[in-house]
Write a protein that binds this ligand. Structure first.
Ligand code: SF4
Ligand code: SF4
Length: 139
């Protein structure tokens, strides 16, 4: 009787839930819906020419509390600045969103993505290529 009673209780619970709507879902086929103000992985917006909208002003670098943004500034023949190198170290990033708020041209943004899984540590670094590719995924 000691064994039967808990077993029956368990079965009663199982059968009572069998026809109710499940509260779990199949991840990763179905993704978690993030809140509206979620701050996830960064992406770069593009301008009309299909290049990064970043004008290499350096404000995001200055405002970042963890110094996780590396910016190397290039200059075009017309004197306009552009990011020669732009990298975000996600190991240091706290996803505060200050860089997004400080950007005068709305180039750097924090998106909805939250999945970061790689085999090598260096693959986590968000370089220009990845930041622009993240933008493509949004369209
Ligand atoms: S979200 Fe915050 S910590 Fe991360 S790169 Fe931007 S400013 Fe730095
Ligand atoms: S991402 Fe925005 S704030 Fe940062 S350097 Fe580029 S233009 Fe300036």
């Amino acid at each position: 009787m000691k064994v039967i009673l808990p077993l029956l209780k368990g079965l009663r619970l199982t059968f009572s839930r069998i026809f109710t709507k499940p509260i779990t879902y199949q991840y990763p086929e179905k993704k978690h819906k993030v809140p509206e103000r979620w701050r996830g992985i960064h992406y770069f917006k593009k301008n009309e020419a299909g290049e990064t909208a970043c004008v290499a002003c350096g404000l995001c670098v200055k405002v970042c509390p963890n110094q996780c943004i590396t910016l190397e500034i290039g200059e075009k023949f017309d004197g306009k600045r552009y990011p020669l190198k732009y990298e975000i170290d996600p190991w240091r990033c706290i996803y505060c969103g200050f860089c997004q708020d400080a950007c005068p041209v709305n180039a750097i943004n924090l998106g909805e993505d939250y999945e970061q899984a790689h085999y090598r540590k260096e693959d986590f670094v968000l370089d220009m290529k990845k930041l622009l590719a993240m933008y493509e995924d949004k369209k």
